[in-house]
Design a protein around this ligand. Structure first.
Ligand code: NI
Length: 160
């Protein structure tokens, strides 16, 4: 198990567009394993490669309470969205903060797996939110750009 340092807001790597993965080599396999370890260690539901300082279009997501296999997306693209949801969002790169963001309630993504086979995956509610949030990271965007009202301290929210 290897953990990577999570880059936080203000680090310019988070504002850059990540590049497409051309070949899944051993380095990419190690990166994906480390991203999963880091996401679970930090109790996150998703992590994008730029958050560990690597400008490649790779995302890992696990927001299932049932402990299903994590979702690994190489070069993901959103190809369909539907409806809306409004709720709290947070990010490991913006520690201790949360804010309200409106996202589509249904999202379909086309991506490649670690064997470079193309597949499509659909998500609703939290998973749809995670797809949007993580793919935004690949284009250099953080959820704080979409927050409605104020960015809040998680602690202050929990005290209410
Ligand atoms: Ni994030």
């Amino acid at each position: 198990m290897a953990l990577r340092n999570i880059r936080t807001i203000g680090d310019s790597v988070l504002n850059k567009r990540a590049r497409e993965v051309e070949v899944v080599d051993d380095k990419i396999h190690v990166l994906v394993e480390d991203m999963l370890d880091t996401m679970y260690e930090e109790n996150g539901v998703g992590l994008a490669a730029p958050q560990v300082g690597i400008l490649k279009r790779i995302v890992v997501i696990d927001c299932s309470p049932e402990g299903d296999d994590p979702i690994i997306l190489i070069n993901p693209e959103i190809i369909e969205t539907r409806d809306e949801q409004t709720g709290y969002e947070g990010c490991l790169s913006v520690p201790g903060k949360t804010g309200i963001v409106t996202r589509p309630n249904y999202v379909k993504v086309r991506a490649m797996d670690l064997d470079m086979n193309e597949f499509e995956i659909e998500g609703e509610e939290l998973l749809a939110r995670a797809f949007c949030h993580e793919i935004d990271h690949l284009d250099g965007h953080l959820y704080v750009e979409h927050v409605e009202g104020q960015l809040m301290d998680v602690d202050a929210l929990e005290e209410q």
